[in-house]
Design a protein around this ligand. Structure first.
Ligand code: NAP
Length: 333
């Protein structure tokens, strides 16, 4: 008897937040495996802001085509194998797509990373602190070149990437200020993660509070949001400050990522470097080893928001844009 594979396929390009029906459910049968193929059951899906970009426009990857399974990273376990490199029970992370099963073959398996089974370590860390978000924080902080005593500001600070960025900043001896959208998030990053200060940007006086929290100005902006938040940070930057331009989430549902003034970049001689974590793939193992050590010794703490059920993935994507997640957002398939 054939095994059903539920898939969420892109039906229409969203305008604003995802509307019901932008992703539509389809059910196909898992194909009969050929020599050189392995079948992996998807257990967890990483829900990332860039998915909203992939649904709309060509960017660093081409837009997902209408009718295609929605692109997503996930954690999967091999259930059946005729592939020389995989055995039943092996675990991988990679571009599984929003579906129950994915076939790995010669053309796709290079995009997947094998992940070890480590006692007392949950599978989901390979999508968060030891996955794309930890790696993004790690390589973005390399670009930022933090020095002891400098002031680092990170936006979307209670999210998957921002929460790790701030903790790496503390490891380097920086004064770390986070910007986040609720008092609960601000309390988490200051009380549990050791940020020096947190600013709730939904409070009317947040700009004055940010200025007061950076008495020596800002040396590093780890930018996740763009728009008014980036404009405000740029206004407080010190001469020769550095900006690790990681994301511009405030623009993803508006189709027009708002930019800070290039005049400020010029007058303050800022060094602004955009980066995409996938460019660092050859160094993922090195970075994950360091992140794993920091996690093991309690120097980096992480938190997850888990949504149950593949069919909830569209709502989960929207949560990223309404601030519904704390830490890494994951769908448990
Ligand atoms: N360059 C790369 O290779 C790379 C890789 C991964 C991620 N990224 C980028 O990193 C950023 C964070 O991604 P993530 O995966 O770690 O997601 P995340 O921070 O876990 O979740 C997104 C958070 O952004 C905040 N947000 C959403 N809309 C906002 C707005 N209009 N203004 C201010 N804050 C807003 C929300 O928190 P609040 O409650 O605080 O508003 C939300 O929880 C994104 O820009 C993403 O595109 C880049």
């Amino acid at each position: 008897m054939s095994t059903p594979n539920r898939q969420l396929v892109l039906h229409s390009r969203p305008k604003g937040l995802l509307a019901p029906g932008d992703l539509q459910r389809k059910e196909v049968s898992v194909p009969e495996l050929k020599d050189g193929q392995a079948l992996a059951g998807v257990k967890y899906l990483s829900i990332d802001p860039t998915m909203r970009v992939w649904m709309a426009v060509d960017s660093y990857l081409p837009a997902v085509a209408i009718g295609e399974v929605m692109r997503a990273f996930g954690f999967a376990e091999i259930t059946e194998s005729r592939h020389p490199d995989y055995n039943k029970g092996d675990r991988v992370t990679g571009p599984t797509g929003l579906q129950d099963y994915v076939v790995l073959d010669a053309s796709t398996s290079r995009s997947f990373q094998r992940v070890p089974k480590i006692p007392f370590v949950s599978d989901t860390v390979f999508l968060g602190v030891l996955g794309i978000n930890g790696l993004t924080a790690f390589f973005g902080m390399e670009i930022a070149k933090p020095k002891k005593g400098e002031t680092l500001v990170v936006s979307a600070a209670a999210g998957a990437t921002g929460s790790i960025v701030g903790q790496i900043g503390k490891i380097h001896g920086c004064r770390v200020v986070g910007i986040a959208g609720s008092d609960e998030k601000c309390n988490w990053i200051t009380k549990d993660l050791g940020f020096d200060a947190a600013i709730n940007y939904k409070q009317p006086d947040w700009k004055a509070k940010l200025a007061a929290a950076v008495p020596k100005g800002i040396d590093i902006d780890f930018e996740n949001v763009g728009g008014e938040i980036m404009e405000t940070i740029f206004g407080l930057m010190n001469l020769h400050g550095r900006v690790a331009l990681c994301g511009l989430i405030s623009g993803y549902t508006k189709g027009n990522p708002a930019m800070a003034s290039l005049g400020t970049v010029l007058v303050k001689r800022l060094r602004v470097e955009g980066f995409i974590v996938l460019d660092y793939a050859s160094r993922f193992t090195e970075a994950a080893t360091q992140l794993g050590q920091w996690k093991m010794f309690g120097r980096i703490k992480d938190r997850e928001t888990i949504v149950e059920g593949l069919e909830k993935a569209p709502d989960a994507i929207n949560m990223l844009f309404t601030g519904g997640n704390i830490g890494k957002l994951i769908v448990k398939v």
